[in-house]
Ligand binder design. Structure first.
Ligand SMILES: [Zn+2]
Length: 556
């Protein structure tokens, strides 16, 4: 999630074949500085890598009137080396009441949002062990979820309390103690949320049990049978109603569960009904089976716009098409479907199935999911429609900084990870020039890295290996630099020469050119002038296909 597109309302799709463009946008020179707190949050230190988290049981009570939560979290883990001390994370405004190991309290210390626990004995490499953290406090209140994150407190139109969590980026440790690093996911989790009687909680996975407690609260136990990243674990509390459906697909029967607010039941049935199955059909075709059949597919209505909460997608797009009724592409194609159902569900494959190890590589979540929107369109209205949509989303590209953020400090890169990243992947498809192979690569990524956390090198390496092409310079240029490349033609000694102007010296992206009225053919320019080996080509008759390429073209 986290889309903050700047919308320029432009008319139609750019189809000019030759244009001049100042590719090298002015860049600010303000270098961000990082603190010890950033490193504690973002780096995989030995105090974190010494244990592999296997299972969480969150047991948390929401005292909504006081915006206060309390409870405990059981950590089950496997030691990956001998150690006596480890780190978990909990925001410093939250109180750690005690850490219990083998029935006894153990000492801990705190530094910023990190908590260090010392055990009375060496935990041996390979051993399976556990401890429980008891905690309480008033977690950060989200003012504008999902972007600023925390817990949002609202009331619905009938005055019922309506509460949701959203913590991507800032981290789950804003509301529960956890090893807050994307590289390590639990294998399964039990989420027990206690809420005032009369309200319901909807979390990830499947509802196992509802228990009436003695103190005016009801506890909802939700079990997630698959690996899940921390920021996806959710609590949604409100006056919900439930209905269900099934989807039969290549992997069998998938359960669909829907949790709208009570008064939106009819709207939800109609609108979610129209969007959910076409979305599943498109994404299973392009990406392979939905990755969490055991946990089912679920939509839950939230006050905030939306978030890819695994097997429990948060939805707040008001039962309408588009992105809050708008088309981010300016082409009209974006108004034919519900952006939040499609985009957030696309994340079940890219973000939830395949999760980036470092937030710096959030493009693995957002570029692929932005791109998934065009594949959804293609599946429903044809390839040309999908291509027009991708091209249209260039409206939102800022070229304001690298898409990959700094590593090890839990910082994401430029918001260009959405439209520019989507355009990059569409270019990769064009370069591979074999749609079935491309579909095989997208499905292969989801199969090869099934339920895993990954790096840039793994994703790009896989695409290189499967395509038989070294696309690293192309990925590097678009992901590691703000500038977009410029293709330059020049007549030297009577011969038409061509080169790329790019930050990456090895940049050699193939591009389609033709002589006026002729057939397009690929050329592979380098970053120094080489002759354009097309008979009869001159600066007056050469045409470059710019529909699929985000480039400038200079003709001297
Ligand atoms: Zn997203």
């Amino acid at each position: 999630m986290k889309i903050k597109h700047i919308l320029n309302i432009a008319s139609g799709v750019l189809l000019t074949t030759l244009f001049t463009f100042n590719a090298h946008a002015q860049l600010g020179t303000n270098k961000e500085t990082f603190t010890r707190a950033d490193t504690l949050r973002g780096m995989l230190t030995p105090l974190r890598t010494c244990y592999d988290i296997n299972y969480y049981h969150l047991d948390v009570k929401f005292d909504i009137d006081n915006k206060f939560i309390s409870g405990n979290v059981l950590f089950k883990y496997t030691a990956t080396q001998d150690f006596t001390k480890l780190q978990f994370d909990l925001f410093s405004n939250m109180k750690v009441e005690k850490v219990v190991y083998k029935g006894k309290e153990v000492p801990y210390s705190r530094e910023f949002n990190a908590v260090f626990v010392t055990f009375p004995e060496t935990i041996k490499n390979g051993s399976k062990d556990e401890f429980t953290v008891f905690y309480s406090g008033n977690p950060t209140i989200a003012k504008r979820a999902p972007w600023d994150g925390g817990i949002e407190y609202n009331v619905d139109s009938l005055g019922h309390k309506w509460v949701s969590t959203a913590c991507q980026g800032m981290g789950a440790s804003v509301w529960w103690p956890t090893k807050d690093h994307q590289a390590d996911e639990v294998d399964s989790a039990l989420i027990s949320i206690s809420v005032p009687n009369g309200l319901k909680d909807v979390s990830n996975g499947r509802l196992r049990k509802v228990t009436k407690l003695k103190d005016g609260y009801t506890r909802f136990d939700w079990f997630v049978a698959n690996p899940i990243n921390n920021y996806n674990i959710e609590a949604n509390i409100g006056d919900y109603v439930h209905y269900s459906d099934t989807y039969v697909s290549e992997k069998g029967k998938l359960t669909l569960d829907f949790w709208p607010l009570s008064y939106n039941l009819e709207k939800a049935k109609k609108h979610w009904g129209a969007n959910t199955k076409p979305m599943l059909k498109a994404f299973e075709h392009w990406f392979g089976p939905y990755p969490f059949y055991e946990d089912g597919y679920k939509l839950v209505e939230t006050h905030h716009l939306g978030m890819e909460h695994q097997s429990g997608t948060a939805y707040g797009n008001h039962y309408q098409n588009g992105y809050l009724g708008r088309d981010l592409s300016g082409t009209g194609w974006g108004l034919k479907w519900d952006f939040i159902v499609v985009h957030e569900s696309g994340h079940e494959w890219f973000a939830n199935n395949i999760t980036s190890k470092d937030l710096a590589d959030m493009w693995i979540h957002e570029s692929f999911t932005n791109y998934s929107e065009s594949l959804f369109i293609e599946d429903n209205w044809g390839k040309q429609a999908g291509q027009e949509y991708v091209h249209g989303t260039r409206l939102g590209i800022q070229n304001d900084g690298p898409i990959i953020g700094p590593y090890n400090v839990n910082k994401e890169g430029s918001g260009d990870m959405y439209p520019k990243g989507g355009n990059l992947l569409n270019m990769i498809r064009t370069i591979i020039n074999d749609d079935e192979k491309w579909r095989g690569i997208l499905r292969g990524l989801n199969k090869t890295f099934y339920h895993q956390t990954v790096t840039y090198e793994q994703v790009v390496g896989y695409i290189n290996q499967q395509s038989g092409k070294n696309l690293t310079p192309v990925f590097d240029q678009y992901l590691r630099h703000a500038n977009i490349p410029t293709l330059e033609f020049m007549t030297i000694g009577g011969k038409l020469m061509v080169k790329w102007i790019a930050d990456e010296h090895a940049f050699n992206m193939p591009v389609k050119v033709r002589l006026k009225g002729g057939e397009y053919q690929f050329i592979t320019p380098k970053t120094r002038f080489t002759p354009l080996n097309i008979n009869g080509a001159t600066k007056d008759n050469i045409e470059v296909d710019t529909f699929n390429y985000y480039i400038g073209v200079l003709i001297d």
